[in-house]
Design a protein around this ligand. Structure first.
Ligand code: DON
Length: 305
């Protein structure tokens, strides 16, 4: 298996040249565009890995999966999905247009930036510090890694360049989607995106989802089965943004990407997979990460369809 993974890295290295690291958050532009890693955490306890699987990168939009779980557990699915929709978009992850033209009351889904910021605003806590600490503790539990923390430089970098996210959030405050203080909500959102993880950490989150909400290493249930089912469904339809259809046809695994270069994938009943490659395609998804998952899915027959 490790041989297969080494081969997958080498076969797809060429793709890193066709992508570009994110620069709109200046600190992310320091990433090595040629880095590539893969980690599989199987439900039978086997773990396999190759390449830069222990390199740290920021979780970015993969955190939206964790905040969706917390928001549903805090509020129930009815409240969450009456505030945020569950329909895919054919637009970019940071698109503004649908907030006005499609549905003024609800961002379209929890995986795009507007929907994710609204999701974070639903997480309970007496202060923004408490809300973020709950997200951090939940992430540590889902990964089994008590050392996860934020990358301060990325957090500061995003906070100072996030005009577009501010526009989305203030618009949603104006339409009543967000009820809390906008700057507090955004601060939590920037921090959740800046949590540093490795391929192993995201593979473990995927494994917990693949295992219907139970972490594999101590059999603790950390989310209800129904929440795991909902989150995997939304990852399938919306997790790769306006490339979700292509991803479903060619790879067929519930997955979520982040502009730090990670992709978190959950193969139901089988395994969690974490891949990393900071060179992104034009949709903001890891270009080599998608290609590695495609080869792996074909080799091991992982498509759920
Ligand atoms: O809000 C942002 O733009 C980033 N913190 C996260 C975006 C992201 O990861 C999109 N994913 N591919």
């Amino acid at each position: 298996m490790n041989k297969l993974l080494d081969g997958i890295i080498e076969n797809n290295r060429i793709w890193t040249k066709q992508g570009k690291v994110a620069t709109y958050i200046p600190e992310l532009s320091k990433a090595d565009p040629q880095a590539m890693g893969i980690y599989i955490s199987a439900l039978n306890g086997e773990e396999h890995f190759a390449g830069d699987y222990s390199t740290k990168f920021t979780i970015q939009s993969m955190s939206k999966v964790l905040t969706l779980m917390l928001a549903i557990m805090d509020n129930g699915k009815e409240k969450v999905f009456s505030t945020i929709g569950m329909e895919p978009t054919a637009d970019a992850f940071n698109s503004i247009i649908n907030l006005e033209t499609k549905n003024k009351q609800r961002p379209l889904n929890p995986m795009i930036n507007s929907g994710a910021i609204a999701t974070t605003s639903l997480i309970k806590g007496n202060s923004s510090e408490e809300v973020f600490n709950r997200i951090l503790e939940f992430t540590r539990k889902a990964t089994g890694n008590p050392d996860i923390n934020i990358n301060e430089a990325v957090y500061e970098s995003e906070k100072h360049t996030a005009d577009r996210n501010r526009a989305l959030a203030y618009f949603m405050k104006g339409t009543g989607v967000i009820e809390n203080d906008v700057e507090n909500v955004l601060d939590v959102y920037f921090k959740q995106c800046s949590m540093e993880v490795t391929c192993k950490d995201i593979a473990r989150i995927g494994a917990m989802l693949a295992n219907d909400g139970v972490v594999c290493w101590n059999q603790e249930r950390i989310i209800p089965r129904e929440v795991a089912r909902i989150v995997k469904t939304i990852m399938t339809t919306c997790g790769m943004y306006d490339a979700s259809g292509h991803f479903a046809v060619h790879i067929g695994i519930p997955a979520k990407s982040g502009v730090g270069g990670g992709i978190l994938a959950a193969v139901p009943k089988r395994a969690g997979i974490g891949v990393f490659g900071p060179a992104l395609d034009e949709k903001g998804n890891s270009i080599a990460g998608i290609k590695m998952l495609e080869e792996l899915s074909n080799e091991l027959d992982l498509s759920i369809f």
